[in-house]
Design a binder for this molecule. Structure first.
Ligand SMILES: NC(=O)c1ccc[n+]([C@@H]2O[C@H](COP(=O)([O-])OP(=O)(O)OC[C@H]3O[C@@H](n4cnc5c(N)ncnc54)[C@H](OP(=O)(O)O)[C@@H]3O)[C@@H](O)[C@H]2O)c1
Length: 226
């Protein structure tokens, strides 16, 4: 993978930063993006010499369009940026302004980045796309987690988007999968035991799948759901 370049959204901290670090350790060039350019630059400087920083707010169409012009094509895209804003609410009481912001970042932000960076991958006939989802999505036979309804629906929609985009890219050399990183200790989930580096190894595996790897799947680490 030494000639490959990866772009990670929300990579200034948390799981995204750990994924950028892991991919860098595996020999890829990494573009560490974050909506705060200084924070992205600080993370990239710590990650290593093949890491560069780029300011990217996934909700800003102008930012994403400019990023496409400056950075595409990339070989690996990890759509990680996300927020959990409505924890502790329920579907009947969830403040819809928070739900709207959640969908704008978690779903539309990832979708916008995909629309920009995926076509050049298809053109080149090779690419790996990972959408960071969650275990709140009812994929394991339970109910959608109703204790953060906007968040859960945003991630269920990410899984649906993954399936649609994977069907659209079938046979092109571009593999598109969603992952459940499990519960990980970050600013989003400060009470968890597992450090982000553990989830990052799993996500990096999915981001570097071999050519005969799966596409359109929702992959989860065996240690549990998040
Ligand atoms: N932690 C868990 O247990 C867990 C479990 C399941 C899924 N996940 C998913 O894993 C992903 C990473 O979460 P995390 O736990 O690492 O949380 P985190 O530490 O809160 O990190 C979230 C990242 O997303 C960025 N972000 C938020 N809005 C953005 C925007 N508009 N444009 C660009 N970046 C934006 C944040 O940037 P700022 O620093 O600027 O805010 C930050 O870099 C999320 O998609 C989350 O849903 C996490």
């Amino acid at each position: 993978m030494n000639d490959r370049t990866a772009l990670v959204t929300g990579a200034n901290r948390g799981i995204g930063r750990a994924v950028a670090q892991e991919l860098h350790t595996r020999g890829l060039r990494v573009v560490v993006t974050g909506r705060d350019g200084a924070a992205a630059a600080a993370a990239a400087a710590e990650i290593g010499p093949r890491a560069t920083a780029y300011r990217l707010d996934v909700t800003e169409p102008g930012d994403v369009e400019e990023a496409g012009k400056q950075l595409a094509p990339v070989d690996v895209l990890v759509c990680n940026a996300g927020v959990l804003l409505d924890a502790g609410t329920d579907p009947l009481g969830a403040p819809l302004d928070l739900v709207e912001t959640t969908l704008r970042i978690n779903l539309l932000g990832a979708w916008r980045v995909l629309q920009t960076f995926l076509p050049p991958m298809i053109e080149r006939g090779w690419g790996r796309v990972v959408l960071v989802s969650s275990g709140t999505t009812a994929e394991f036979g339970g109910a959608l987690f109703a204790g953060a309804p906007g968040y859960s629906l945003s991630k269920a929609a990410i899984n649906g988007l993954t399936a649609m985009v994977a069907a659209r890219t079938a046979g092109t050399g571009v593999l598109v999968n969603a992952v459940n990183p499990g519960r990980v200790r970050t600013r989003m989930m400060p009470g968890q035991q597992t450090p982000p580096e553990v989830a990052a190894r799993f996500i990096a595996d999915v981001a570097t799948l071999p050519d005969d790897g799966p596409t359109g799947h929702f992959l989860t680490e065996r240690r549990g759901s998040g």
